[in-house]
Design a protein around this ligand. Structure first.
Ligand SMILES: [Zn+2]
Ligand SMILES: [Zn+2]
Length: 174
């Protein structure tokens, strides 16, 4: 996602509005493969303060991830503020930068890193297909949203004595 700042360079100190849309594919997040299922959009303004570009924008995306409980694809709308400064890289090897400063050279800002970081920070820690997703049965793997399996019933009614009884029964059968 590239932002052409030619207009801003010509008019320093002035907020220049912009809108960008880009199609992103898959990404990795918390060990899962996620996908940007609609184009990612970024809109806002940028301004050149001397040679540093001050960006104030909002990024929007729709992200698909496996549901944390049932693993079915789940989608979340994400909106994130992208307020960052981009320092001009003069190409001089002696030039010093803040460690986490974004850089640009020429008249183009590469926004992907800043936008991606802002969006992923806004994701909930667990993405669910629905708030009350019942997940998968840990024993047989049945999707409990679709139907309750019989092992689920055993679990809820089990007491120490019936567990012991079934163990004894298994021993007898051997
Ligand atoms: Zn689910
Ligand atoms: Zn089960």
């Amino acid at each position: 996602m590239k932002l052409d700042i030619t207009r801003g360079i010509q008019k320093k100190g002035v907020d220049v509005p912009f809108d960008l849309v880009d199609v992103w594919g898959e990404d990795r997040w918390n060990g899962d493969t996620i996908a940007y299922v609609r184009p990612v959009s970024v809109s806002g303004t940028y301004m050149l303060a001397d040679e540093t570009v001050i960006l104030r924008a909002v990024a929007r995306a729709c992200i698909e991830s496996p549901c944390a409980r049932c693993l079915k694809p789940a989608q979340v709308q994400v909106q994130a503020e992208v307020n960052e400064a981009f320092v001009r890289d003069t190409g001089d090897p002696q030039q010093e930068f803040d460690e986490d400063a974004y850089r640009y050279s020429g008249h183009v800002l590469e926004l992907d890193d800043a936008v991606r970081t802002a969006l992923l920070q806004e994701l909930p820690s667990r993405i669910l297909c629905k708030e009350d997703c019942k997940g998968l049965c840990p024993q047989c793997g049945a999707d409990l949203n679709v139907h309750e399996c019989s092992c689920q019933k055993d679990l809820t009614h089990r007491n120490p004595f019936s567990a012991l009884a079934s163990l004894l029964n298994e021993d007898e059968e051997v």
